[in-house]
Design a protein. Structure first.
Length: 216
């Protein structure tokens, strides 16, 4: 598990033959074989390392689901080591399991912030909630607005400066991980339907009787 608080920005050295090699520094300070490191939000397992690099295996499913295939040698990637019991949870619970990739549709300055609008598929947008949490390339962010085909987050200067977002522009693709809580709530209701369609209609909303009927 991760928090979505980026520790450093590394550089892609190689992505070929089912392996990815990353140049890094901070995340290697206490690394061990088998450790998890999030690379642009993707949970990967360290298979080799030295004082300046680490290597991880990358499955075909990971390539299909993410924007990794679009990276080139030297591309900047966000890095975060796995959460420990002593860590502060400064962001939100991030699993490192990407739901899909979205495309930056707009970037607009608003005071000292930048409004970043990301176009995403319906399968991703259904779990995006206004004022909820989302991880973009592994960065924990708060959703400012949800549209029919996109959503918007607001970036403070610090976030953009210390992550790979400072090199992103309209048309760039980002890995998206939605809040895991929404997916589990949906799964718990009969037939896997969404809460909105399973809940009783009317002024009473969800009642104790309804919860008992659902096994709670």
């Amino acid at each position: 598990m991760f928090t979505g608080i980026i520790e450093e920005v590394g550089r892609l050295e190689r992505l070929a033959g089912g392996e990815i090699a990353i140049r890094a520094k901070k995340v290697l300070e206490d690394v061990a074989l088998g450790d998890s490191i999030a690379v642009n939000g993707i949970c990967l397992t360290v298979t080799r390392f030295d004082e300046a690099h680490f290597t991880a295996d990358v499955m075909p499913e990971t390539i299909r689901r993410t924007s990794l295939a679009e990276l080139r040698r030297g591309s900047r990637v966000n890095l975060e080591r796995a959460l420990t019991l002593k860590s502060r949870l400064g962001g939100h619970i991030v699993s490192g399991h990407i739901d899909g990739a979205g495309t930056i549709a707009a970037m607009k300055e608003e005071g000292n912030a930048i409004l970043l609008t990301v176009r995403a598929s319906d399968s991703v947008l259904r779990y995006i909630v206004e004022k909820g949490s989302v991880a973009l390339d592994g960065i924990s962010l708060t959703v400012a607005r949800v549209g029919a085909a996109d959503f918007t987050v607001s970036l403070i200067p610090h976030t953009r400066e210390i992550t790979n977002l400072r090199e992103k522009s309209v048309g760039s693709r980002l890995n998206i991980e939605t809040d895991i809580l929404g997916k589990y709530v949906e799964k718990l209701f009969p037939g896997g339907c969404a809460l909105g369609s399973a809940a009783p209609k009317g002024k009473d909303g969800i009642t104790m009787d309804f919860l008992r009927q659902q096994g709670f």
